[in-house]
Design a protein around this ligand. Structure first.
Ligand code: RAT
Ligand code: ZN
Length: 419
C-alpha cells in the first residue's frame, strides 16, 4: 500500500488531499435551484446574485430607506443599491459578499475593476444551458437536489404538465405548508381532489394525505420528504403537525423507503418587512428529533439544525441512532468559523458517516462559491486528521482518501437513502 501520509512527505501529502477534495464530484443534497425546464424559476446572473436574501439582510444594516421603498424597486435597482452599499461603500468582507467575488472570479471576471455594468454585460452574453453546465463544472457538482413544492403556484403546473427530466437534478418533496399550516392547506388539498377534513383528526384525512404524498413523490421521483421546523417543535404532542407527521408522513416514508428530512431551528418572519430575509434562528428542543428516531426505528431521518448551540447535541444524537443522518451547515451556520467547527466536531464524533455540506444555493452561480469555500475548509480538516493518524502509526493510501471523500460528498448519503 502506497502511503501518502508520512511526516516526511507533509507537503505532497497535504497537496494530494487538497487535490482529491478539490476534484471529487459532489452530490449537493439541498438547494433551491431548479432544472432549466422550470424556466424563470431557475435564478442565475449577477442581479440575482446581488439580491440574494442573505445580502438583502446585510445591506439593510447600512441602508436608510423604508423596506417598502426597496421592494418597490426593480430587481436591477435593488442590485445597484446592494452593490453600492456592500461592495463600494464598505469592503465586502462578509461570507455572502465574498461569495459573489469568488464566483465572478471563477468566471474569469476582473472583480477589482468594480465595474458592475461590465459584469452585467458578460452575463447577458451567456445562455442558461451553457451557464448551467459551467456552474456545475466549476462547483464540481455531479448532482443537485432541488426543493420542490406542490404548494408553489409557479412550480406545480410545470410538474403537472410534465417535462423531460435533466439527469443532473434530483427532486425533494417539501411539505412545510402541509405540516405547519394545516388550516390553510386542507382546503387546497380538498380542491385538488383529496377528501381531507380541516379537522385533521378525521381518520380519512390521514389516508388522503398519504395519497397526496404518494402522488407527488411518484410524480417528482422525490428522493426524500422535507420540512423546516420552528425551534419549539415538539414530538410527540397533541398538535396537528405531530399528528400529520406520525399518521401520514412517516407511514408514507416507510412505504416509499424515503428519508424524512427535518430542519429545526427556524423562526419565520422575525422581521416581516425584510420578506425572505426576515427569518431568524433559535435554539431547538432536540428531544423531538430524539423521540422521532427512537419511536420510529423503521423510518430514516435526515437532519440539519440551525442554531450553532445545537450542533454538539445533534452529533451525539447521531451516535445513538443509525436511522439518523446529519448533513450540511445550514444558512446562518454556513460561515467559515462555524463550518470549520461543525465539520471538525462531526468528524471527531462520527468519523465519515455524515454529509458535511449542502449549498442551499438559490442562484445557480452560488454553487461555485459555496462549494469552493466548503472544499477548502473540509480539505484543511482532513489534512490535519490524516496527519494525526500518521503520528499514531496509521498510513492512509491515496485510494483510501478518495474513498473517504466520496463518502463525504454524497456517497454516505446515497447509501443511507438506499438502505
Ligand atoms: O438558506 C436559505 O436560503 C433559507 O432561506 C431557507 O430556504 C432554508 O434553507 C430552507 O430550506 O428553509
Ligand atoms: Zn434551504
Amino acid at each position: 500500500m502506497r502511503s501518502i501520509l508520512s511526516e516526511a512527505s507533509q507537503v505532497p501529502f497535504a497537496a494530494q488531499v487538497e487535490e482529491i477534495v478539490a476534484s471529487t464530484p459532489v452530490y449537493d443534497i439541498h438547494t433551491h435551484l431548479y432544472e432549466p425546464a422550470f424556466g424563470k424559476l431557475l435564478l442565475w446572473g449577477i442581479d440575482d446574485l446581488l439580491v440574494y436574501h442573505y445580502l438583502v439582510a446585510e445591506a439593510f444594516r447600512y441602508l436608510d430607506l423604508p423596506y417598502e421603498k426597496f421592494w418597490s424597486l426593480t430587481k436591477m435597482e435593488q442590485a445597484d443599491l446592494i452593490w453600492r452599499e456592500l461592495f463600494l461603500e464598505h469592503s465586502p468582507l462578509s461570507e455572502a459578499c465574498r461569495g459573489v467575488l469568488t464566483t465572478l472570479q471563477a468566471f474569469g471576471l476582473d472583480v477589482k475593476r468594480r465595474d458592475l455594468p461590465a459584469i452585467r454585460k458578460w452575463f447577458a452574453a451567456q445562455t442558461v444551458e451553457n451557464h448551467t453546465s459551467q456552474c456545475l463544472k466549476l462547483a464540481g457538482a455531479r448532482k443537485i437536489c432541488m426543493t420542490n413544492s406542490p404548494f408553489d403556484e409557479q412550480e406545480r403546473p410545470v410538474w403537472e404538465q410534465g417535462f423531460h427530466r435533466d439527469e443532473r437534478f434530483a427532486a425533494a418533496l417539501r411539505i412545510d405548508p402541509l405540516v405547519l399550516s394545516w388550516s390553510e392547506t386542507a382546503p387546497k388539498l380538498a380542491g385538488w381532489g383529496y377528501a381531507v377534513d380541516a379537522d385533521a383528526a378525521a381518520p380519512k384525512t390521514f389516508s388522503e394525505v398519504r395519497r397526496f404524498l404518494g402522488d407527488w413523490c411518484r410524480r417528482m421521483d422525490a428522493r426524500y420528504v422535507m420540512v423546516s421546523l420552528p425551534p419549539d417543535f415538539a414530538y410527540p404532542s397533541s398538535s396537528v403537525s405531530a399528528a400529520l407527521i406520525e399518521r401520514a408522513n412517516l407511514p408514507h416514508c416507510r412505504e416509499f423507503n424515503l428519508p424524512f428530512a427535518v430542519m429545526p431551528g427556524v423562526k419565520r418572519a422575525v422581521n416581516p418587512g425584510l420578506k425572505l430575509a426576515g427569518d431568524g434562528s433559535g435554539l431547538s428542543d432536540l428531544r423531538a428529533l430524539q423521540n422521532l428516531c427512537a419511536q420510529h426505528p423503521d423510518n430514516k431521518f435526515l437532519a440539519t439544525v440551525l442554531a450553532r448551540e445545537n450542533q454538539h447535541e445533534l452529533c451525539v444524537l447521531a451516535r445513538k441512532f443509525r436511522n439518523l443522518h446529519i448533513f450540511g451547515c445550514w444558512w446562518f451556520t454556513n460561515v467559515p468559523l462555524i463550518v470549520e467547527e461543525m465539520t471538525r466536531m462531526r468528524i471527531e464524533l462520527l468519523g465519515l458517516s455524515f454529509t458535511p455540506q449542502h449549498s442551499d444555493a438559490r442562484v445557480l452561480d452560488q454553487l461555485v462559491y459555496k462549494w469552493q469555500h466548503s472544499r477548502r475548509i473540509i480539505a484543511r480538516i482532513l489534512v490535519e486528521k490524516y496527519t494525526e493518524l500518521g503520528r499514531a502509526g496509521w498510513q492512509t493510501s491515496r485510494s483510501e482518501v478518495e474513498r473517504d471523500v466520496k463518502d463525504l460528498f454524497g456517497g454516505a448519503f446515497e447509501r443511507f437513502c438506499a438502505r
